[in-house]
Design a binder for this molecule. Structure first.
Ligand code: AMP
Length: 225
């Protein structure tokens, strides 16, 4: 089954994707994580993407599309995946559908994380990440046992540069202007589901699990064939 997670930054998409990957064996493909890895390793993609990411703007479609379509093609054989942070524009969604069609695959479900701006700002400003294993924490909701140190691997925590209040505002503006339309795009395909992104992670996870239980995977693919 192939699932797209939709919603503003800070809606909890990444947290849920990690839980679904751990508990149900999905492959978790996060554009943000892949881009950050490229920036860290100073690859061609990373060099091109860095300035957009730091400003809270979208990385140009052609760069992201090539990167994600390659990732999906290379993941062939692992057809149960979750897309987290991709697509981010209707243009990206259309291109993705086209490419999946060639592979005789389709997106089975898009889950919209309906989340208030207050929650988003609280979550993003308090978010901290492990510099080594990438584990996610929150200074209030999910603090580490020892301040600034990862519980899992003992490495130092850091705050993402784009989690500053100013950049968060920009990212939310970008979401309203360029990403929100995806909700209608997937609604029109009849595959949109909704969860309450304001709830705590375990509650969102049980909503998600219920939704997953009602979805018959690969039906759309059969219809398309
Ligand atoms: P995220 O980790 O999903 O919040 O993404 C961090 C940043 O990566 C975004 O603010 C964008 O600059 C960039 N980014 C992630 N996914 C996409 C995408 N699908 N299209 C364009 N830019 C993206």
């Amino acid at each position: 089954m192939r699932i797209v997670l939709l919603g503003p930054p800070g809606a909890g998409k990444g947290t849920q994707a990690v839980m679904l990957a751990e508990k149900k064996g999905f492959l978790h493909l996060s554009t943000g994580d892949i881009l950050r890895e490229n920036v860290k390793n100073k690859t061609d993609i990373g060099r091109k993407a860095k300035e957009f990411m730091e400003k809270g703007e979208l990385v140009p479609d052609d760069i992201v599309l090539r990167m994600m379509l390659d990732t999906i093609k290379n993941a062939r054989g692992k057809n149960d995946f979750i897309l987290d942070g991709f697509p981010r524009t209707v243009y990206q969604a259309k291109k993705l559908d086209k490419e999946l069609d060639k592979l005789k695959l389709a997106i089975d479900m898009a889950v919209y994380f309906k989340t208030s701006t207050k929650t988003v700002i609280f979550r993003l400003t308090g978010r901290r990440l492990c510099s080594k294993c990438g584990a996610n924490y929150h200074i209030v909701n999910m603090p580490t046992k020892k301040q600034g140190v990862c519980d899992k691997c003992g490495s130092e925590l850091y705050q993402r540069k784009d989690d500053s209040e100013e950049t968060i505002k920009k990212r939310l503006e970008v979401y309203d202007n360029q990403t929100k339309d995806l909700i209608d795009y997937y609604k029109a395909q009849g595959i949109l589901k909704e969860v309450s992104g304001d709830l705590e992670a375990p509650k969102v996870y049980s909503e998600l699990s219920e939704i997953l239980n009602t979805c018959k995977p690969d039906d759309r693919h059969k219809v398309r064939k």
